[in-house]
Design a protein around this ligand. Sequence first.
Ligand SMILES: Cc1cc2nc3c(=O)[nH]c(=O)nc-3n(C[C@H](O)[C@H](O)[C@H](O)COP(=O)(O)OP(=O)(O)OC[C@H]3O[C@@H](n4cnc5c(N)ncnc54)[C@H](O)[C@@H]3O)c2cc1C
Length: 379
Amino acid sequence: MDLSFSEADQAFRREARAWLEAHVPKTPLRSGDTREGFKEHLAWERALFDGGWAVVAWPRVYGGRDATLMQWLIFEEEYWRAGAPQRVTQNGVFLLAPSIFAFGTQAQKDRLLRPIAAAECLWAQGWSEPSSGSDLASLRSRAERVGGGFRLYGQKTWTTRGAFCDKLFGPFRTDPGAPVHAGLTYFLVPLHAEGVRVRGHARLDGDEGFADVFLDGVFVSDEDVLGGVGNGWKVAMSTTSSERALSLRSPGRFMATAERLRELCLRSPRGRDPALRDRVVRALIDVDAYRFHTFQLATRMQEGNPLGPEASASKIFWSEMDVAMHETALALLGDEAELDESWMKSYQFSLAGPIYAGTNEIQRNVVAERLLGLPRGGR
Ligand SMILES: Cc1cc2nc3c(=O)[nH]c(=O)nc-3n(C[C@H](O)[C@H](O)[C@H](O)COP(=O)(O)OP(=O)(O)OC[C@H]3O[C@@H](n4cnc5c(N)ncnc54)[C@H](O)[C@@H]3O)c2cc1C
């Protein structure tokens, strides 16, 4: 095993670091989950794209720089180290695009990928419904065949930043008579079209981060079916593999949190408490473990092995590690934690980690059944 970076990788890191140091906004942007903050983040996304850093591992023709997966992980480390803004394009860049690369026609790739990279088209994820969260395959939103395409009906909920987006991707039921997994099709839905109503609503922290999307006969053409009619489950599962492992939550993000935690420990009077110091050391070790585990996954992917149910184990690890790091930060801050907006806001968001991208209970079922080969639980 070779754990050192090549000269090309190190040169790539230096170039990324220099660009980020010169361009990352000096004053933090407002939350990208508010309308004003979202606009500020779009300006940042366009600067990233113009600099050639929005989608480093994509082919140049779609706005990337043909970087390797390992270099993308290096870029992520540098991105979070530099304190750069959250990526409000993440649904398009990290979730939808990998499925377009895997299942899209050439015409879809040519039409859709570059506007995703350039933040010209913003995407929301339309999975959850009022009666279908964990049991996604039970979803009831449906699509009826009409000339040239489909008409969609139903309701999607918890759509992150849905109120600010242009389009939505997700599975809809096209064949109610087929077995639940077989009767689904993956659609790319315009949110500003007739028949769509988007209602944004506040989260616990007050930001308008969520929306309900109501669909009443909205037309979607055949060109906006991804992966073929009846193949929606397979396409959706490829999207969730991206969501649960390295592409949505690369180690760089948690390395930056661990570093903030270490600094907090060093300057906080409570940082002398040996029990709290142990928790900080635990965080640093866990983050390193996640980093090397991700390098191993990336190496396997570069050798042509697609990511499968292992993504569930990664998801459990990073989400629980993130909560633990934030709890340690709050313990170090003590009574002042309530007043520290930066740690408090990211703590609240860390609590969502074990829920979004499929709850950790569901991930544990996947690990038990599909990685460990244990018998299916009684469900
Ligand atoms: C911050 C955030 C952002 C989100 N963004 C989006 C988005 O953009 N698009 C989108 O479509 N959705 C989004 N979601 C929704 C998310 O995908 C769902 O909340 C999640 O899948 C769980 O579904 P549910 O809320 O309906 O809970 P339920 O499925 O009702 O689950 C309730 C509880 O029961 C447990 N449970 C359910 N079934 C089982 C089982 N078989 N075995 C063991 N335990 C079980 C669950 O683990 C959970 O603890 C987001 C959620 C959050 C918190």
